[in-house]
Write a protein that binds this ligand. Structure first.
Ligand SMILES: [Cu+2]
Length: 390
């Protein structure tokens, strides 16, 4: 399962936003944010310790076909024996020359078997994965690293809970453009966790995905069988199965009347099903993504912009921390808007050799997503979604 399946599984009918798993204590207002470059390290705070973990075995990246990009999910068992909270993550590349970006997912115990199975089925360390596909549907997207990446810390007694039996998945994008065909480069990357045992008052963070449709037609000068939406949908279903493949249609019904409106910009209004506190937001799209935005209650006196990335970069999906946390009330409108640029297809080495296609939501390199990810605490259960209250 994917994070999107988590979204659709938990979604209350007709809406797209989902309050993720229960959070414990009431949110505590964080103050400001500390960021440090890779070279310097933010000191440990009270109760924190660093835990260094590495891939179990080295991996030799290899891109499929003529491609130069390998997206690989590495499974690491943090072997926690009691619940801890992740308050910071620093990916540590084994081969900086080929490490393009890395996403850290925390997989709770109930999601671990599916991840282990996928890992076991693939030869070599890890398994092939892309985009939001880092774990099973229960995984929380905790961190994104890019070269020179910064550990982003929220200031406050809060973190991502890691229960015994949890796993970490590091999704590493290896770019092999600078590697000669006759050269072999192996990687054994790791991750430094900043963790704390926490207390009963420590606030659990979770990631809540939003979504808008992707209905990106071929450019006027492009043609081919996959430029037909039905053919493109059949192709996605062929690659990812019927349930995954029909997400594009599900999104159209959730965000509107079910009718595709092809275009480079798409939007979706989502009522918040529960109260929660938003601390930070990141945007996720794939390679054709141009911009991504999340607005709260647009067109009202209380309107706020929670995320505005006017120049999206797939390899820099950093966390945007709000200057102060924003409380969502049930029924608040969250408007997600994404723009894509089909012209990028000809310019990107990962896509330029592939046949043009009508792009819909999907897990693959050639598919797209429009998925803001909210870092939240404390869904309040008065809307019936989520089980923690205060
Ligand atoms: Cu994705």
């Amino acid at each position: 399962m994917t994070l999107f399946e988590r979204l659709s599984r938990l979604a209350v009918p007709t809406i797209v936003l989902v309050a993720a798993a229960a959070c414990g204590s009431p949110p505590q207002a964080p103050g400001h944010v500390h960021s440090t470059g890779g070279a310097s390290t933010q000191p440990l705070r009270t109760g924190e310790q660093f835990v260094h973990l590495r891939m179990a075995e080295p991996y030799t990246p290899g891109a499929p076909g003529a491609g130069r990009d390998d997206y690989r999910c590495m499974v690491i068992d943090p072997r926690v024996t009691e619940r801890v909270f992740l308050t910071g993550v620093q990916f540590q590349p084994g081969q900086a020359s080929i490490a393009h970006h890395a996403i850290t997912f925390a997989v709770p115990p109930q999601g671990a078997p599916a991840v282990r199975e996928r890992d076991a089925e693939a030869a070599g360390e890890g398994y092939t994965c892309f985009g939001m596909d880092g774990g099973d549907g229960t995984a929380s997207w905790v961190d994104t690293w890019t070269p020179g990446g910064r550990e982003t810390l929220l200031d406050g007694d809060m973190g991502y809970p890691l229960e015994p039996g949890s796993l970490l998945v590091l999704q590493i994008h290896y770019n092999l453009l600078g590697v000669r065909d006759d050269a072999t480069v192996t990687d054994r990357s790791g991750v430094r966790l900043r963790q704390t045992r926490g207390t009963d008052r420590t606030v659990s963070l979770d990631t809540v995905p939003l979504a808008a449709p992707v209905e990106l037609p071929c450019a006027p000068d492009e043609s081919g069988p996959l430029c037909d939406r039905a053919a493109a949908m059949a192709d996605v279903i062929d690659r990812f199965g019927p349930e995954a493949g029909r997400r594009a249609d599900w999104l159209l019904r959730s965000c509107g009347d079910g009718t595709p409106r092809p275009g480079e910009s798409q939007t979706c209004d989502t009522p918040a099903p529960a109260g929660m506190t938003v601390h930070a937001v990141r945007g996720h799209m794939h390679l054709l993504g141009r911009s991504i935005k999340v607005e709260l209650n647009p067109g009202t006196p209380g309107a706020r912009t929670l995320l505005d990335v006017p120049e999206f970069n797939f390899d820099d999906q950093g966390l945007h921390v709000l200057s102060e946390p924003v409380a969502l009330r049930p029924g608040d409108t969250l408007r997600t808007t994404c723009a894509f640029d089909v012209g990028l297809r000809k310019m990107l080495p990962q896509l330029s050799d592939l046949p043009p296609r009508y792009v819909v939501w999907g897990e693959g390199t050639t598919d797209e997503m429009c998925a803001p990810l909210l870092t939240v605490s404390g869904p309040v259960s008065n809307a019936g979604v989520g089980s923690a209250g205060r």
